[in-house]
Design a protein around this ligand. Structure first.
Ligand SMILES: [Mg+2]
Length: 317
């Protein structure tokens, strides 16, 4: 991909094919946001689709939660670039049989999510379709944009918050169990880490991305974009409290379970080796590994010092 490099996987092979087909008609595909310099300001733009029966099932979420979740997922890409949200555009598709109030309910959730980080709903589009689909385009300002490239050998590798909660909820729903309430919140109302992202940028972060497909797969994109290798200690991952129980059900170690869990929307960030500050607010920041010279794009994950092979979520795998 021109201007940026992606890790392996069928979804990303499709992006590579699109980029090569577009050639010079595309600019720098493959980062969390498109960054545009306009009149002395850097604008950050990102778009994200949330599709019924692909990203969520109606039985799992309220309409407000469907709106919140889709919006938070899109805003999370602004966080990845350390951008401050201005607002969102929403393209909403719903069956014609839906009452009028359903449209307002979904958009109430979307509005609440964007307001939680200081933005507004700027506009959108409605369409009739077979099922619910909500595509959110987020627009922000990025005075000090971070990208997936920029990690240097010797940097520390860190994650915000806790991982694996959204996957824990998903695993419970998939076998018709009621998820742990805390895990359900992680899936239904993820929080875009906008404020933390700004703090990390000021603290000297060298590269950043958000975790949408799971650490095991997302880390490869940061490693590929930065042309470095990453070493991750799975025993150090900050797991959501619901993870040990769900991991045991599927016979995985908690760290492996959390590393393969998508949709936590936490941040993966590299910081200079000497960094050891604590963020002022409640959100955790945990060092999980390091940046190394080595085969560009390689991610070595270890448990008890032994390398293990894991995968994340790929839409087309
Ligand atoms: Mg992203």
């Amino acid at each position: 991909v021109s201007g940026s490099l992606l890790g392996p996987g069928p979804e990303f092979d499709r992006i590579r094919a699109i980029a090569s087909g577009l050639g010079s008609r595309a600019a720098g595909l493959g980062d969390d946001c498109a960054l545009l310099e306009i009149a002395g300001t850097t604008l950050a733009l990102s778009t994200d689709a949330s599709v019924e029966d692909v990203h969520f099932r109606r039985a799992w979420l309220s309409l407000e939660e469907i709106g919140w979740r889709a919006t938070a997922a899109s805003l999370s890409d602004l966080a990845a670039a350390a951008a401050q949200p201005i607002g969102i555009l929403a393209a909403l598709t719903m069956p014609g049989s839906e009452p009028e109030s359903s449209f307002a309910s979904i958009m109430a959730g979307a509005g609440e999510a964007v307001a939680s980080v200081g933005g507004v709903v700027l506009g959108g589009d409605l369409s009739r379709g077979a099922s619910i689909s909500l595509t959110i385009t987020s627009i922000g300002r990025a005075p000090r944009p971070l990208r997936r490239r920029g990690a240097r050998p010797g940097d520390g590798l860190w994650v915000t918050g806790e991982l694996g909660g959204a996957r824990a909820a998903l695993m419970a729903w998939k076998v018709a169990r009621t998820p742990d309430p805390g895990a359900r919140v992680r899936f239904a109302r993820p929080e875009p880490r906008i404020e933390m992202a700004g703090w990390l940028a000021k603290a000297g972060a060298t590269a950043m991305m958000d975790l949408s497909d799971g650490l095991a797969s997302d880390a490869r994109h940061l490693a590929a974009a930065s042309q470095v290798a990453l070493r991750i200690d799975l025993d150090r991952l900050p797991c959501h409290p619901s993870v040990p129980g769900e991991a045991q059900v599927v016979g995985e170690a908690p760290g492996s379970f959390a590393a393969q869990g998508g949709e936590d929307y936490e941040l993966l960030v590299t910081l200079p080796a000497a960094f050891d500050r604590k963020p002022d607010r409640g959100l955790a920041l945990t060092r999980v590994g390091s940046v190394e010279e080595g085969e560009p794009g390689r991610v070595i994950m270890e448990r008890n010092g032994v390398p293990v092979t894991l995968t994340g979520y790929d839409h087309f795998a």
